[in-house]
Unconditional design. Sequence first.
Lengths: 344, 344
Amino acid sequence: MGPTIKDVAKAAGVSITTVSRVLNQYSDVNPKTRTKVLKVVEQLGYRPNSVARSLVMNRTNTVGLVVSDLSRSRNGHHFMFDVLCGINDRVQELGYDLVLFSTSTTAQKKTPYLDFVRQRRVDGVLMMGIRLDDPYTHEVVEASVPSVLIDVPLISETCSYVTTDSVVGAKLAVEHLLELGHRRIGFVNGHAQAAVSKERLQGYRIALEAAGMAFDPELVYYGNFEQEDGANGTAELLRKFPDLSAIFFASDLMALGALKYLQTHSLPVPNSLSIVGYDDIELASLMQPALTTVRQKRYEMGQSAAETLIRMLEQNEKGRGIVLPPELVVRETTGVHEETTSDI
Amino acid sequence: MGPTIKDVAKAAGVSITTVSRVLNQYSDVNPKTRTKVLKVVEQLGYRPNSVARSLVMNRTNTVGLVVSDLSRSRNGHHFMFDVLCGINDRVQELGYDLVLFSTSTTAQKKTPYLDFVRQRRVDGVLMMGIRLDDPYTHEVVEASVPSVLIDVPLISETCSYVTTDSVVGAKLAVEHLLELGHRRIGFVNGHAQAAVSKERLQGYRIALEAAGMAFDPELVYYGNFEQEDGANGTAELLRKFPDLSAIFFASDLMALGALKYLQTHSLPVPNSLSIVGYDDIELASLMQPALTTVRQKRYEMGQSAAETLIRMLEQNEKGRGIVLPPELVVRETTGVHEETTSDI
DNA sequence: CGTTGTATCGAAAACGTTTTCGATATCTAT
DNA sequence: ATAGATATCGAAAACGTTTTCGATACAACG
């Protein structure tokens, strides 16, 4: 293959120690020999072998991104890709390489987290799409290699997380609906093994109770963030509560499924039912009518995750939690609730 | 950190050579010592250091995926993510790690391709989103490390490509429009530095000429695959050709932009204008009306790319081209062209 | 002139593997 | 019993770096 440091040393008439010194900007090398070495490096087109360097330095300058069910969930598509972009950009800016691993609950049972990270020799790991009951979730917080979780609020010496505040996100959504006069508001949540689901449920409940309304567990349906779950959820909620006037969905995809369902059943949105989604994926602004939703800054989440991981690596920072603020985006799927004549 | 092969050897009372032998399934080791070693490996929780292994073997079991403008283009989003998933899954199945690099035309001028790959020590590289005039495009075909290009039809000893046949894709679209009676058909293409643009233009032209119609360069507009290009393109084409009855777009996103434009100008689709897109992104089936388009199997492209790269690595296969068939998906944005009264 | 300090450099160990080469012991065939 | 084949193993080199330790030369200082 290419020339090694030995070739450079020989050609420059110095020792490999000296070559290493000039390449790593050490001070104790004569300016003349420095330029001499650099010229030879240029001539030979020498590039240091990062594998050899990693071996002796015991660090790879590489972070792993493990994502659960990357190509499985459609909802993940919209959410994860932006986060991935943010991670990738920031990691690269900070001089690291990013290696991608997808996993699944079953795969995690086969290969313990530590095996995984010790073999791959990544300096740190980012994790996303993981469930609360996944094996890795608990292994990661106790591991000695730094990590940051996305949307899983766990902290340890070596483990941080970044998320966007789902309880205020849900609160924003529900408060918006309350202001529009809605009194019976359904909630189609994500699966219970997502931390955000718990938080969104909490936010939903807080908003209701702050308005002096009772929380009714029957009003919440658990889906899996996917389109069909939205349709099924609205169908069931509407069956149980014919007087429902609004539904809050834990993902835009579920809201879309609901919208489709309502349209095929000739139930106009927002006139017969107001709906609000979660995430603000690209689709949200494009559907007809455009979806009212809660925006998460996904790209920024990725950037932030990469940044805190690398700070843990380089500045020995301890684990901490970073929570970004969500943002309500009002579009066309929410309208004021017209009181029914029965009120008179 | 964890135990090394030396620790295992000592604990098992054998040499490191023997440990290496049992770990790599060599035959010349006594069954008794093999089980003994394996037991010690289990007890100590030993995992081989892949960095050390890479150094001596001179291969990293890692492939690089370099993608241009990963987080820049919205159109890339829809296209690239599925390909990425396919790549990632297949690479992992075949026992490799995937490391992600994003680049850009300007970044490529700073760091030559060879520097990049020699330093990172990847065994092979996959490339996507790259332009015909990008520096890497030509460096990659002459490099000694195997590579496969996605949607750039270049072949060399060490370089393959996978793409889906854009000339038949365009032909399918245009033939469909011709069959519906359209006679003046516009084409909003992608930028000229994408190989697929040339092919789609060719397919467009072939289909027209096969129907006995002249190719008019004035009927093609060059955009950048993005939504606003679709709107601009239709605006311009409609200005130049008031009797236009159909437009073929080189991306679904441009078709969407066109649809929005047409809707705000009260031009019903497909009644006043038929439109067909390209890619069949998720949005296509979701828009109102649902988009007629040409489907590319993106996930399969990714799988296929990963597969051929690894075959080149392991079976020393030479570079070759793989072209997948596209597929016309007829939905609601194309309708028969009603002849105008001027024909009488 | 001797001593100390500084600038500059090289030899060699170390990182954790794989692999080559050879050594020993056991087995088979004559 | 002996020669050769085979099974099993270990010593050591090699991969390409970084880093420690010390060596040398020369200047400055008393």
